[in-house]
Design a binder for this molecule. Structure first.
Ligand code: PGA
Length: 252
């Protein structure tokens, strides 16, 4: 479902937004997705809305925004990949830069989460992206490849469930996106690393762009050959703005 040769992926991350009333937005987004079956459209709501969103939508992939690496245990406030899967989630976002500020979402802990999500059968949307300082130093590709290497578990099992979201930290919520050449350069570096690591299965991993995606810039981003979809934050919160992105993506 989330392979690069399948369909463009248009995913929304609601972050810590959304109360019951906002399920109406998800239902409206679901109707728009139904009109565009050539796209895979998904939303990652807060945990409190996840089960209801699964129940109230038909055409959306629904995901969690993170998970713990253990299946269960004495971890107050945490949620496991198995719990997300049982609740009807199709995927989980891992390694978002807003989570990577914690040591629990970096290095071995993050790769253990990727493995837990793989074992639970979830799609894994693994976020990577350089900081503003790394961007300014011209080190985006090295930074992103180092994050990939540190975030993926040993073995090849995760590859078929993997999606990579390239999200330059400096572009998130900033209103500006990198140049098409810069996005293409990083996406190609990610793809060649994945192909080296996983062979054919790595070449089939979808690579999304995220960071200030909106209805005005999405067509240009998706026109980049190496971009297989987008991960949208703020502009995914309403059917008006996310619908405009879905329609623009479908027009190509
Ligand atoms: P943004 O967020 O679209 O609001 O920039 C993207 C993200 O953090 O996934």
């Amino acid at each position: 479902m989330m392979r690069r040769d399948a369909r463009l992926l248009i995913l929304g991350n609601w972050k810590m937004h959304g109360l019951s009333a906002d399920l109406a937005e998800a239902r409206a987004i679901d109707s728009i997705a139904a009109d565009h079956p050539a796209l895979t459209v998904g939303l990652a709501p807060p945990f409190t809305l996840l089960l209801r969103m699964v129940g109230q939508t038909e055409h959306l992939s629904i995901g969690g925004q993170t998970c713990h690496d253990a299946v269960q245990g004495a971890y107050t406030g945490q949620i496991s990949a198995a719990m997300l899967a049982e609740g009807g989630a199709d995927f989980v976002i891992l390694g978002h830069s807003e989570c990577r500020v914690s040591p629990d979402d970096n290095g071995p802990r993050l790769s253990a989460k990727v493995q837990a999500a793989q074992e639970a059968g979830l799609g894994i949307v693994l976020c990577v992206g350089e900081s503003a300082a790394q961007h300014d130093a011209g080190e985006a590709e090295e930074a992103v490849v180092a994050q990939l290497a540190a975030s993926l578990p040993p073995g090849d099992e995760a590859a078929p469930q993997l999606v990579i979201a390239y999200e330059p930290v400096w572009a998130i919520g900033a209103g500006s996106v990198p140049s098409p050449e810069a996005v293409e350069g990083v996406h190609c570096a990610i793809r060649s690393w994945l192909a080296g690591r996983y062979g054919q299965a790595g070449s089939a991993v979808a690579i999304l762009y995220g960071g200030s995606v909106n209805a005005e810039n999405v067509a240009a981003l998706l026109a980049i050959e190496a971009v297989d979809g987008v991960l949208v934050g703020g502009a995914s919160l309403s059917a008006e703005s996310f619908g405009a992105i879905i329609r623009a993506a479908a027009r190509g």
